[in-house]
Design a protein around this ligand. Structure first.
Ligand code: SF4
Length: 487
């Protein structure tokens, strides 16, 4: 077998790299005693080589172990079945794969393949292993709750109109906050009050329906809201998956699908770190992603290159605090380069600002005075401080329309900190180095996603739940790096 495998074959790279890893974190997962398990190093080699060769299903890997000479060589003719492979992937690698992955990245640094001088960050949505019609919307839950509240109020009012004296000693519940117990109790009180009374058939039917369904439904809503957390949606089959708009939309109908937001940083097309997120936007993922990179590698890249989806005051501040040079575009970065934008006299960026007097001047020359500050908290808890300036009198101004369409006098919101960050970033992005990074970004990080999704056909997770999908993202990233090392 040894003679049949070429010296530079990718299976040898997988074998050699994994042989050099410290697998103590994985070994600690095994309690001593009992039947000897398949050696975790062999299991990891087989699993990673499966991902290198586009075999993501444990059944297909099991089959390859019986048919494919490279798998046989790697496993030393051991034949773990698909259950064993799956258990190893889902349970044993849960908390340790990131550490294993990081060892490979550090090896790549040691061998001079990468140097972390810069890193390219981007994200993609990968479909979850969940039915796309099993959605739960946070808004729908709130609406249903409100509907139950108002119908309960109606039933109480009806009961009072029919049996006022029976309800005299039962103070009507405050229906603003309802839960399953309170609703069940209220319905019971109404039932008792209406006993022996002539009750409208429709109201009777409503009461029967309410008794049977509302408490159960409210319990279900509570549970779903707990699972959903801060998100607006989730899938019933994989509650960790959130409904997101995908780039790959073959039906072109803008259908939302249950998915995870997968973020990676790369250099020279090697993946340096990966994280999975449940939010649809990229902006909020940056601090967590870089934190994890720091935690896993112990070092941070010198510069970060990313597209406008990541440009926010909080992210610029975060990068500054961590001594990372930001080559991160902001919204309108390209637009503001064009002549029309530069010459538009109404844009806040083009208004004259007098620092001494702390006031702007509108296109008609009217002073716009400081009328106070506005504090805004982002979803990650960062507080943004902006200043408001208002024009004196917009009534009858010939520029009304292109300058200001709203009622009253025009108010602008200025954010000096963000303006300052944008100025620094603008200069960086337009420098020689910045232009080099900007042209490299799509060829670096976007090409990696392209390769994984289209050349290696990884478009959907096989496992469910964020813990397990994170393992899959890690295995795909590890396989990608080893493939790249072989080429
Ligand atoms: S609409 Fe108001 S803010 Fe705009 S130019 Fe006229 S006076 Fe100035």
């Amino acid at each position: 077998m040894e003679e049949m495998i070429s010296p530079n074959h990718s299976v040898r790279v997988v074998n050699q790299v994994i042989d050099n890893l410290n697998l103590d974190p994985v070994l600690k997962q095994y309690a001593g005693g009992g039947c000897p398990a398949y050696h975790p190093r062999m299991m990891l080699k087989v699993l990673v080589y499966g991902y290198v060769t586009n075999l993501y299903s444990s059944r297909k890997i099991e089959q390859a172990l019986h048919e494919n000479i490279h798998f046989m060589w790697l496993s030393g003719m051991s034949y773990p079945d698909h259950n064993t492979i799956n258990r190893f992937r889902s349970d044993r690698l849960k908390e340790v794969l990131k550490a294993v992955f990081s060892q490979v990245v550090l090896l790549l640094i040691d061998h001079g393949h990468i140097d972390l001088r810069e890193a390219y960050l981007d994200g993609t949505k990968i479909e979850a292993n969940a039915n796309r019609y099993t959605f739960v919307w946070g808004k729908a839950i709130n609406n249903n709750r409100e509907r139950i509240k108002s119908q309960l109020k109606e039933l109480w009012a009806y009961a009072e109109s029919v049996a006022k004296s029976e309800l005299e000693h039962n103070e009507p519940d405050d229906f603003e906050e309802i839960d399953a117990e309170k609703v069940a109790r209220t319905i019971e009180t109404i039932d008792k009050a209406l006993e022996g009374k002539e009750v409208d058939t429709k109201k009777k039917q409503k009461l029967n329906y309410a008794r049977k369904n509302w408490p159960e439904n409210l319990k279900k809503y509570d549970h779903q809201q707990k699972q959903m957390g801060d998100r607006n949606s989730m899938s019933k089959t994989d509650p960790d998956a959130t409904f997101m708009r995908m780039k790959e939309d073959h039906m072109l109908n803008g259908q939302l699908k249950p998915a995870y937001n997968w973020q990676i940083t790369t250099q020279d097309q090697y993946i340096l770190g990966y994280t999975l997120h449940q939010t649809t936007t990229d902006t909020t993922t940056l601090p967590d992603h870089i934190d994890q990179l720091k935690q896993n590698l112990g070092i941070l890249p010198g510069a970060l290159v990313a597209d406008a989806g990541y440009g926010s005051e909080q992210n610029y501040k975060y990068l500054e605090d961590n001594n990372i040079e930001a080559y991160v575009k902001f919204n309108n970065f390209h637009k503001e380069q064009c002549q029309k934008w530069k010459e538009d006299p109404h844009r806040i960026e083009n208004l004259h600002y007098n620092e001494e007097q702390d006031r702007y001047y509108c296109p008609m020359g009217q002073p716009m005075n400081n009328i106070g500050n506005r504090l805004r908290k982002t979803t990650l808890g960062y507080t943004q401080n902006t200043t408001l300036y208002q024009a004196q009198n917009c009534k009858g101004c010939p520029m009304r329309g292109p300058c200001h369409r709203g009622e009253g006098n025009r108010i602008i919101e200025a954010n000096p900190l963000l303006v300052n960050y944008k100025q620094i970033v603008r200069e960086k992005l337009n420098s020689e180095q910045g232009l080099k990074y900007r042209s490299q970004r799509p060829a670096d990080v976007e090409a990696v996603f392209g390769s994984i999704k289209h050349n290696h056909d990884f478009k959907k997770f096989m496992l469910r739940g964020i813990e397990k999908t994170q393992i899959e993202a890690g295995l795909v990233s590890l396989a990608h790096n080893l493939r790249k090392l072989t080429n």
